[in-house]
Design a protein around this ligand. Structure first.
Ligand SMILES: Nc1nc2c(ncn2[C@@H]2O[C@H](COP(=O)(O)OP(=O)(O)O)[C@@H](O)[C@H]2O)c(=O)[nH]1
Ligand SMILES: Nc1ncnc2c1ncn2[C@@H]1O[C@H](COP(=O)(O)OP(=O)(O)O)[C@@H](O)[C@H]1O
Length: 202
């Protein structure tokens, strides 16, 4: 069976990462969306084991020490990390895996798994990013400002990703990522044609 694609989706807070990942999953339920562990407290409406695994700092550091995370980073003042085992199980089962993680995490995934596909989401404009974050209404003004300051740092690194997609309309962004998946599957290094091998060697 062909190994699935490991797709990393990053971008500034409020750009629409969660929205796009949910929409991709709705269209293709074979995708595996990785659930991260975090020390951040849950937001209203968030569920343990669905949105994140909410853990104590002690438990998080234990997982790091045991090598259970594919990557981890400190974002804002919390720890976030990707549990390794479920990602590799899903890839081996031929499923594409989505990681919705920050840019530092994306670079670490590239170090640990070269064949990953890094996709950066950008807002149509800075003003639109501010408006989306405000509209979501999950943070107070101070937490929002912290995310916007961090957003500038993240945006300055977009060119180091394989793809940069502007999240203007949800449907178009989903279509662009689906096109990336199709193109990545067609890359020659991911293709093995047994009949051709037989022909050339036979
Ligand atoms: N490196 C890393 N970053 C993560 C992980 N999970 C979430 N993040 C990132 O942490 C940041 C904060 O996420 P969150 O607290 O849900 O806030 P939001 O991005 O404003 O919705 C975002 O950039 C996420 O993409 C993870 O497992 N690893
Ligand atoms: N393409 C889009 N156009 C308009 N609003 C969007 C779009 N994508 C996401 N949003 C809205 O922007 C806000 C932030 O989206 P969210 O998915 O929570 O971002 P992130 O996960 O990147 O922090 C939400 O209110 C969401 O409904």
């Amino acid at each position: 069976m062909k190994t699935g694609l490991l797709l990393v989706i990053s971008g500034p807070s409020g750009v629409g990462k969660g929205t796009i990942c949910r929409a991709l999953l709705e269209k293709d339920p074979t995708i595996y969306l990785s659930i991260s562990v975090t020390t951040r407290p849950p937001r209203a409406g968030e569920k343990d084991g669905r949105d994140y695994f909410f853990v104590s700092e002690q438990r998080f550091l234990e997982m790091v020490a045991r090598g259970e995370l594919l990557e981890w980073a400190r974002v804002y003042s919390f720890y976030y990390g990707t549990p390794k085992a479920p990602v590799f199980e899903a890839l081996a089962a031929g499923r594409d895996v989505l990681l919705e993680i920050d840019v530092q995490g994306g670079f670490k995934v590239r170090e640990n798994y070269k064949d990953c596909v890094l996709i950066f989401l950008l807002p149509p404009s800075w003003e639109e990013l501010e408006a989306r974050l405000a509209r979501r209404g999950t943070e107070d003004a101070q937490a929002r400002q912290l995310r916007l300051d961090w957003a500038k740092q993240e945006l300055s690194l977009y060119y180091r990703y394989d793809y940069a997609v502007v999240n203007e309309r949800v449907e178009d962004t989903v279509a662009a990522i689906e096109a990336i998946r199709v193109a990545e599957r067609c890359r020659s290094h991911r293709q093995h044609f047994s009949w051709l091998k037989t022909l050339l060697e036979g």
